[in-house]
Write a protein that binds this ligand. Structure first.
Ligand code: SAM
Length: 129
């Protein structure tokens, strides 16, 4: 993900992982480009972020590591909500245009992905459980 963001010209990219080994692997993979990334080695559930400090929050298979309810509540408090566009196979195909042929629509996918939008009116206070 970080490779593609940098290649796409995105700036102010932060990568957080609890494992320094994993961070180092990504840094080596990126080479010099890694210097434009903010790397945070931290437990996501304990890290201190200012409210709404990120425009986009992308979880790459972390949430399922949080086995305790308190960890999951801490995680949710740190996510920010953004508007998203939702697609089904036809509308996504329409975005790519007729030069692409739809081969399959992902019904056999092993993982599931979710987009959530935060309702500010129902937002929990930072210390609420
Ligand atoms: C499936 S791997 C994904 C790795 C990488 N982000 C990627 O996209 O390829 C999940 C990552 O979550 C990290 N992780 C697990 N628990 C964490 C936590 N509490 N805080 C931060 N990172 C955590 C692991 O160290 C691991 O690198």
């Amino acid at each position: 993900m970080v490779d593609d963001l940098l290649a796409g010209g995105y700036e102010n990219v932060t990568v957080l992982d609890i494992s320094q080994t994993n961070i180092n692997m990504a840094k080596v993979r990126l080479g010099a480009a890694s210097e434009s990334v903010r790397w945070l080695r931290a437990d996501l559930t304990l890290a201190d972020f200012p409210p709404r400090s990120y425009d986009v929050w992308h979880d790459r298979a972390v949430f399922h590591f949080l086995t305790r309810p308190a960890q999951r509540r801490a995680y949710v408090r740190k996510c920010s909500g953004l508007d998203v566009v939702r697609y089904d196979a036809q509308s996504l195909h329409a975005e790519f245009g007729p030069s692409f042929r739809l081969v399959e629509n992902g019904t056999a996918q092993q993982f599931f992905y979710c987009h959530f939008i935060l309702n500010p009116a129902l937002r929990m206070s930072p210390h609420e459980d």
